[in-house]
Design a binder for this molecule. Structure first.
Ligand code: ASP
Length: 433
């Protein structure tokens, strides 16, 4: 029997998750949930904090490394444009899938009306908080989203993880300047960046060793916190199932078909490689927090080169959210159905367009969808109070849509790797099996 230390990481993470669920239930049933909240949950919080701690330096250093590894600026802009185009296309597909599914199943028509009143009262304060935050965001002009990407102070942007787009902007700017200068003039900085990159990846390795304990604590804490969800799941069953089926279609049909059509990548290898990433995404509900892990796995297990991974993934974790966009479309139209609102074709198109934008703007943190959903709903005249009906089971669906978000990013990284290596197989010789 192989020693525990040598077991694959995903097995250890799976065991951690299963143990967390069992542990959480035992403590819940024995009335000792306070122990989990006080002593176990903090370990999960530490795990997420560690992941977030690495995010900014990782994105900054690896993006510069990726850009300076490119032959020239033409290669960079080629990769950049292709990546953005694929991100947009997959997001649009995810939204259309969501719209199609929710119109086909019509879960809103089956929702028990007496539950609506109960949930509305229960979640009123959450909804108001969401509306408040959304209003603060919409009090800005249409160009503000772009203006916001350009920071005026590099330290200020690096001090807040939600400013990831600003960090990406600065790293790209510095990387492009370095390519323009040529490697001779900046040799010492290149050596420094290289060393920093190695240090950061080593830190990621250390944090990952803690992952099984981290996910154990996160899941035990979740079981204790959301023990009332089972009842909600029953009332909202058809809606939740619609979301789950749509997310599964993306994960098990959409990306694999694209991989088959556009690459020669082995599907089994792909799923094995991304499985540990999916587990971390599921446990943390945050694609930003999962990013360090995604970067490492995609390079080590899927053989994606550093140049491609370090450009495609940080950008993807920030703007590409297929699971989120699909979920947003379903939840918005589900609420419209409950209120008996029949949307015109123009309104439906507006939902599609705005949901694509909303998902781009959604930060990769737990529960972030709701605030962005408020904006789409207000724009097409669907009562935002309806959000109260779905907030209760947001967490499990959030866990699942985050899994799809990171799957989509990893898929695009593999696709771009094949394009970059002009149809050659991704460099699996560099990858561990
Ligand atoms: N939790 C999601 C993520 O981090 C965002 C969301 O849909 O709320 O990817």
């Amino acid at each position: 029997m192989t020693k525990f230390k040598q077991w694959p990481l995903y097995i250890k993470i799976l065991l951690g998750m299963a143990a967390g669920v069992v542990f959480g239930y035992i403590f819940l049933l024995t009335g000792l949930s306070g122990f989990v909240t006080d002593w176990v949950k903090p370990l999960g919080t530490i795990f997420i904090k560690l992941l977030k701690l690495i995010a900014v330096p990782l994105v900054f250093v690896s993006l510069i490394k990726g850009v300076t590894g490119m032959k020239d600026l033409k290669q960079l802009s080629g990769l950049g444009l292709k990546t953005l185009a694929v991100y947009m296309a997959t997001t649009l597909f995810a939204v259309l899938l969501g719209v199609g599914m929710v119109n086909l199943v019509r879960p809103g028509d089956m929702f028990p009306q007496e539950k609506a009143e109960v949930y509305k009262q229960q979640y009123q304060s959450h909804v108001e908080a969401g509306i408040g935050r959304a209003n603060a965001m919409t009090e800005t002009g249409p160009m503000d989203f772009i203006v916001e990407i350009v920071p005026e102070n590099i330290l200020a942007s690096a001090s807040n993880n939600s400013n990831m787009l600003q960090v990406i902007f600065v790293a790209l700017l510095a990387g492009v300047a370095m390519v323009a200068l040529g490697s001779k003039q900046i040799a010492p900085v290149l050596t420094l960046i290289d060393a920093l990159d190695r240090i950061i990846l080593k830190v990621v390795d250390f944090v990952m060793m803690f992952a099984p304990v981290g996910v154990f604590a996160l899941l035990a804490g979740l079981i204790v916190d959301f023990s009332g969800d089972a009842e909600m799941f029953k009332a909202l069953g058809v809606y939740a199932l619609t979301v789950v089926v749509a997310l599964f279609v993306l994960m098990f049909l959409f990306y694999p078909s694209l991989l088959k059509i556009f690459t020669r990548f082995n599907l089994k290898r792909y799923f094995q490689g991304i499985f540990p990433i999916q587990l971390v995404a599921f446990s943390t509900s945050s694609s930003s927090a999962t990013l360090p892990f995604t970067m490492e796995q995609v390079q080590k297990k899927l053989g994606v080169s550093e140049e491609v991974a370090s450009f495609v993934l940080p950008v993807g974790a920030t703007i590409n959210m297929d699971g989120t966009s699909c979920y947003q479309a379903i939840s918005i139209l589900f609420i419209a159905q409950i209120f008996g609102i029949d949307l015109t074709l123009a309104q439906m198109l507006a939902v599609v367009f705005l949901t694509v934008l909303a998902s781009i703007g959604t930060p990769g943190v737990p529960g972030a969808s709701v605030v962005m959903t408020v904006m789409v709903m207000t724009s097409v005249g669907i009562p935002v109070e309806g959000l109260a009906l779905i907030l209760g089971i947001d967490r499990p669906l959030d866990m699942l849509r985050t899994v799809v978000n990171v799957t989509g990013d990893s898929f695009v990284a593999v696709l771009m790797e094949e394009r970059a290596s002009k149809g050659k197989k991704p460099n699996l010789s560099k990858a561990d099996s």
